[in-house]
Design a protein around this ligand. Structure first.
Ligand code: ZN
Ligand code: ZN
Ligand code: FE
Length: 752
């Protein structure tokens, strides 16, 4: 008996070789019909015998192509249409809500082609296929077709067209394919953009420049990297000077795992992430051995942000260059990554010696993702290339469209419609015009992709965040969510937690409900409510937010909380040597009167103070530095923690400070740093013990601290507690937009 069926499929089914897969499968089962992309997914019409249709249907859902992800299949019977053969139809334009595929590292098949002298793509720096290559970064809009990508400017040669049209070829309907003959061309230009070399010779020339100690901007998938020899101390310090970035670690790119293993120690899980098709940067411990990277790459820190070459151009370069490469995002500190040569000369004038470029535009910039491994699980630190746009599903469907604008630092945005929440790649800090421009561009891109115009915009409660101000100017209903509650919600969103949790939100800063700065919070929370059942005892941030970059000022404020001015002056601590006696006096007055010294309960600031107590950093530091430096001191043999009190939920650390002052006198910094981290774990355990039935959520920037997060998770789990921390979405402010979406979705569901 002949039957005709219509399949409507939604999910990540475009740009992943889904239609060719369907075509092959249909032919295998002798079915007639067609398949087409729509804005909403893929539609298949097939006719054939009942048995073959059944086999087809099973194979479709159980064994799709490697990059595809099916969220939803609907099957309807329809009238027999007497199709002849099976074909792929032109895309239809309907509604737009299909997932946008992320950018994937070059696959093994393509890699062996570019290394094979007999292959016509030998040495072709932009090789890709159905299973690999750029996607999000080159897509203008959906549906995903070459004509709607930045490849539209390049007409395929007969060879490429033949591959594209042949259902048996592994490049069948791969949208961005090209070759030496028809594709974008590599070029090397100097700072004034004068041409130095073109085509394949650029690769060898780049290697020569690197050997001579040059700093080169190389265009990758989602933006430019600044690249130099990672074993050359001199060039690394030149890069620091030119980029005005004194200490913050640089990422390093290795050609393969073999090369990496000479420098770093990886465990199984870390290796798995390093060579995954997403190819994130993974934070990995240095190996003490003969092969060493320039010490300037990650000064005073025992870990390196490492990645394995992911674009064909990287692999080709490593054929001519034997050492690992510094590969840091081309940007001004914490600004968005640079996407074209004009931005390069505007924003990084004088930083690079030469530029390696190609004439395929990056339409959507996307930074490298960063993960670390915690207790054999990933912890996402920056969501970008390979993972974004990142989609999560609700169990319920909302009728309103929501735009979440995130926080102010490490910004990401998110959109939610129907049952989906979609998070953008890392945008960056929004303190500059460039940052804000990229923010607005990303909002536009997302509106465009998903045919989206928000009914509600959700932002942080902080009245001065630029994102909150932007939200209020859009003429749309605005909802606000408290910053640390949003951190907890982000974790709840990732795991779909709908019931009450006990959330520890340890963070840098965020605007509290009482107008003070929060960041050491314990909540009982569900998707629409929270209660602040505990928090760090507030202290004064001397000189306001300016104090954030000066650990010594936080430490001084903590001393003022405990001792009189005379007592403080008597203390013989290294940090006090970083103030003049007059400064201490005037800070005391400021503290006493509370002038420009807001109250703050931030755990991140306590880490800063601890770094100053331990004589590690007193002034200028980059975000997260104090935590990472304290971790270096951590000694797992030391089990002691310090005293603290909890009274009516208020966590007072002054007993701890009194306790360790004597250790500071004898410079026992290891004991102090270790005892401090142990104390935080003890505090978490104490609160957890009060609510034995609640699952535990750990979120906020402070939990980027691997030692603290691992210890807390380990201890709680060994007591049989259920513990959640974000594995796929950023645990820092990059997750705020997701938390905002989760809240608003539930809020709206209740309202209607
Ligand atoms: Zn490939
Ligand atoms: Zn071609
Ligand atoms: Fe935060």
């Amino acid at each position: 008996m002949m039957q005709s069926l219509r399949f409507e499929i939604r999910g990540l089914v475009q740009g992943v070789g889904f239609r060719p897969f369907v075509c092959k499968l249909a032919k295998k089962h002798h079915l007639q019909g067609n398949v087409s992309n729509t804005g909403d997914g893929v539609i298949i019409e097939v006719e054939g015998s009942f048995d073959e249709l059944k086999l087809f249907s099973v194979a479709l859902s159980t064994n799709p192509p490697p990059l595809a992800r099916i969220n939803h299949i609907e099957i309807h019977a329809q009238d027999i249409k007497h199709f002849e053969g099976f074909e792929i139809l032109q895309s239809r334009h309907l509604t737009k809500s299909t997932s946008i595929p992320p950018d994937i590292a070059v696959c093994d098949a393509c890699l062996s082609e570019i290394k094979d002298p007999r292959n016509r793509r030998f040495g072709y720096y932009l090789t890709n296929c159905t299973d690999c290559g750029p996607r999000y970064s080159i897509i203008e809009t959906l549906p995903y077709d070459r004509a709607l990508t930045s490849m539209k400017a390049f007409k395929m040669c007969n060879h490429c067209q033949g591959e594209y049209d042949n259902p048996g070829n592994r490049r069948y309907h791969a949208q961005p394919i090209s070759c030496h003959e028809c594709g974008p061309v590599l070029s090397m230009v100097d700072r004034e953009l004068n041409l130095i070399a073109q085509g394949s010779e650029v690769i060898e020339k780049t290697a020569q420049y690197l050997k001579n100690g040059a700093i080169i901007a190389i265009k990758g998938i989602g933006g430019f990297h600044l690249v130099c020899d990672a074993t050359n101390e001199q060039v690394v310090s030149t890069l620091r000077v030119r980029k005005k970035r004194p200490k913050k670690p640089f990422a390093v790119m290795f050609s393969n795992m073999d090369q990496l293993s000479h420098y770093l120690c990886t465990d199984e899980k870390e290796s798995e992430y390093l060579i995954s098709k997403e190819r994130p940067i993974v934070l990995i411990k240095k190996r003490s051995g003969t092969a060493t990277l320039a010490s300037g790459i990650a000064p005073d820190i025992d870990t390196i942000g490492a990645m394995i070459a992911y674009a064909p151009i990287h692999h080709l370069l490593f054929d001519f260059f034997a050492s690992p490469l510094v590969a840091t995002s081309a940007n001004r500190s914490d600004e968005p990554i640079v996407r074209d040569v004009h931005e390069l000369s505007d924003r990084l004038d004088g930083v690079v010696d030469v530029i390696v470029n190609f004439n395929r535009d990056i339409l959507n910039t996307v930074d490298d993702s960063i993960v670390q491994v915690i207790q054999n699980r990933s912890s996402m630190l920056r969501l970008g290339r390979g993972y974004t746009p990142f989609t999560l599903k609700h169990t319920t469907t909302a009728s309103l469209k929501i735009l979440a604008v995130g926080g102010q630092q490490k910004n990401t945005i998110g959109v939610a419609f129907e049952d989906k929440m979609i998070l953008s790649p890392h945008i960056g800090d929004l303190y500059t015009l460039e940052g804000m421009e990229y923010f607005e561009r990303t909002v536009d891109t997302f509106k465009h992709f998903y045919d989206f115009s928000p009914d509600v915009i959700v932002c942080d409660k902080h009245p001065n965040y630029v994102t909150a101000q932007w939200a209020r100017n859009q003429g749309v209903r605005v909802i606000t969510v408290q910053h640390h509650y949003a951190h907890a919600l982000a974790c709840m969103a990732e795991f779909g937690l709908e019931n009450q949790v006990l959330a520890f939100c340890f963070d840098g800063t965020g605007y509290g409900d009482d107008g003070n700065i929060w960041g050491g919070e314990v909540f009982i929370a569900d998707p629409t409510h929270y209660e602040r059942i505990g928090h760090l005892k507030a202290f004064r941030l001397l000189g306001g937010e300016n104090a954030i970059k000066e650990p010594k000022r936080i430490a001084l404020a903590l001393l003022f909380e405990i001792y009189t001015l005379e007592e403080v002056q008597e203390l013989d601590l290294p940090l006090l040597g970083h103030f003049s006696p007059q400064e201490i006096n005037s800070y005391y007055k400021i503290w006493q009167k509370g002038i420009n010294s807001p109250l703050c309960s931030s755990m991140g600031r306590v880490f800063d103070a601890m770094a100053s107590f331990c004589d590690i950093i007193h002034e200028e530091c980059y975000e997260g530095e104090t935590g990472r430096r304290l971790e270096e001191l951590y000694d797992s043999e030391i089990k002691e923690s310090f005293d603290y009190t909890v009274l009516n939920g208020i966590i007072d650390l002054s007993p701890m400070i009194r306790d360790f002052i004597r250790l500071l006198y004898s410079k026992q910094y290891t004991k102090v740093a270790t005892g401090f981290i142990n104390t935080l774990v003890a505090i978490i355990e104490e609160f957890a013990g009060l609510y034995p039935d609640l699952p535990i959520v750990l979120s906020g920037g402070v939990f980027q601290n691997k030692t603290l997060l691992s210890l807390a998770v380990n201890r709680l789990e060994s007591k049989g507690r259920k513990v959640y921390f974000q594995q796929q979405t950023p645990i820092n402010d990059g997750g705020i937009a997701l938390g905002q979406l989760y809240y608003t979705h539930h809020f709206i569901m209740k309202e209607y």
